[in-house]
Design a protein around this ligand. Structure first.
Ligand SMILES: Cc1cc2nc3c(=O)[nH]c(=O)nc-3n(C[C@H](O)[C@H](O)[C@H](O)COP(=O)(O)OP(=O)(O)OC[C@H]3O[C@@H](n4cnc5c(N)ncnc54)[C@H](O)[C@@H]3O)c2cc1C
Length: 287
C-alpha cells in the first residue's frame, strides 16, 4: 500500500526541527524510517508532514566525556554495535545493537528512532533501563533529561511530548560493572520475543548489586526487582543465579504479551532462562 500524501521538510538543525514541529501540528520526525515508513504504508500513521532529521550532524556520534558515555539519537545501531567505547562502558548495549534485525536495519535504524517508537519487542529500551541511562530531550519548553525508567510508559508510548526531539542517550561510564544482553529473537523479524539486560557489580565472586530489565514480555520494559534483590549479596554461581532468575515471574504481573508465535504462558516460562543467561554473561564480565 502507498502512504497517504504528506508534506516533506528537511531540518537543518535541532532548532530547525523544533520550529518545523511547532509550525506543523501532527507532523512526525523521520530518522532511519525503518519503523515509521511501514506505519505510513499501512496507513496506521497518517501525519500531515514528515520532518526529516536524518542529516543533522549534531545528532549523530558516540563520545565519552567525564564519566558519561553519550550516544547521539541519530547514531545507527551498526555504529553502536561496532563501538569500542560502547563495548567498554555499556557492553549490554553493544550486545543488543548487534542483534537488531539484519544489516540493513542496523545500518539505517537509529537509537533515537528505536526508543521514540517504543515497540515492546525492541531491544534498546530494556538495555537502557538496566543501565539506568538518561535520555536527552529538546522541545519548545526547553531541554530536559528523563531517566529510561520514566521514559517508557507503555505500548509504543513514551514521555516524549508532540513537539519534542530525542537528542541523545547518556550512560554513566565510570562504574566498574559487567553487563550483558540475552535475547530470544523472533525467527523472521529478529525482534525480541524476550530480551533481558543485566548489569552486575561484584566483589570477587560475590554479587554486590545487580540491575536486570525485561523486554519483549510486557507493553513496556520493567526492572526485575525481585531478581535483583535475590541475587544481591549472593555468590555468582549457577545455583544462585538460577534461584534468583526463577523470581522473574514475580516481576511480570498479569500483562504478559502473547501472540501466534509465543503465548504469554510460554514467554513467562522462558523468562527465567533468559534472565539466567544475561546474569551469567554479565557476571563473567564483572569479575
Ligand atoms: C525488518 C525489521 C526488523 C527489525 N528488527 C528489530 C530488532 O530486532 N530489534 C529492535 O530493537 N528493532 C528492530 N527493528 C526496528 C529498528 O530498530 C528501527 O530502526 C527503529 O525501531 C526505529 O528507528 P528509525 O531510525 O528507523 O526511526 P523512524 O522509523 O524514522 O522513526 C520511528 C519513530 O520515532 C520517531 N523519531 C525518530 N527519531 C526521533 C528523535 N530523534 N526524536 C523523537 N522522535 C523520533 C519518529 O517520528 C517515529 O515516530 C526492526 C525493523 C525492521 C524494519
Amino acid at each position: 500500500m502507498y502512504p497517504a500524501d504528506f508534506a516533506y521538510y528537511r531540518a537543518s538543525s535541532v532548532q530547525d526541527a523544533g520550529r518545523l514541529l511547532s509550525e506543523h501540528p501532527g507532523a512526525k520526525l523521520l530518522a532511519g524510517g525503518h519503523s515509521l515508513i511501514p506505519l505510513l504504508k499501512l496507513r496506521l500513521a497518517v501525519p500531515p508532514a514528515l520532518i526529516d532529521v536524518g542529516r543533522i550532524a549534531d545528532l549523530s556520534g558516540i563520545s565519552v566525556a567525564s564519566d558519561r558515555l553519550r550516544i547521539g539519537a541519530l547514531t545507527p545501531h551498526a555504529e553502536v554495535a561496532a563501538s569500542s567505547e560502547v563495548a567498554t562502558h555499556a557492553a549490554a548495549l553493544a550486545d543488543a545493537a548487534g542483534q537488531i534485525g539484519d544489516p540493513a536495519v542496523r545500518n539505517r535504524g537509529t537509537v533515537g528512532g528505536n526508543i521514540a517508537h517504543a515497540d515492546p519487542a525492541s531491544d534498546l529500551p530494556a538495555v537502557l533501563c538496566a543501565l539506568d541511562a538518561s535520555i536527552g530531550i529538546v522541545g519548545a519548553g526547553g531541554d530536559r533529561t528523563v531517566s529510561a525508567g520514566e521514559f517508557f510508559l507503555g505500548m509504543m508510548t513514551t514521555a516524549l511530548g508532540e513537539d519534542e526531539i530525542v537528542t541523545h542517550v547518556e550512560i554513566h561510564s565510570g562504574q566498574e560493572h559487567g553487563s550483558a544482553y540475552a535475547k530470544f529473537p523472533h525467527p523472521a523479524s529478529r525482534f525480541a520475543v524476550i530480551g533481558v539486560a543485566a548489569v552486575v557489580t561484584a566483589d570477587g565472586d560475590t554479587c554486590r548489586s545487580a540491575a536486570v530489565a525485561l523486554g519483549g514480555l510486557l507493553p513496556a520494559p520493567v526492572r526485575a526487582s525481585h531478581v535483583e534483590q535475590a541475587i544481591g549479596g549472593q555468590p555468582l554461581n549457577e545455583a544462585s543465579i538460577t534461584e534468583a532468575a526463577a523470581r522473574a515471574g514475580d516481576d511480570l504481573g498479569d500483562e504478559i504479551l502473547g501472540d501466534v508465535f509465543a503465548s504469554a504462558d510460554y514467554r513467562q516460562a522462558m523468562a527465567p532462562v533468559y534472565v539466567a543467561r544475561a546474569l551469567t554473561a554479565a557476571a563473567a564480565r564483572a569479575r
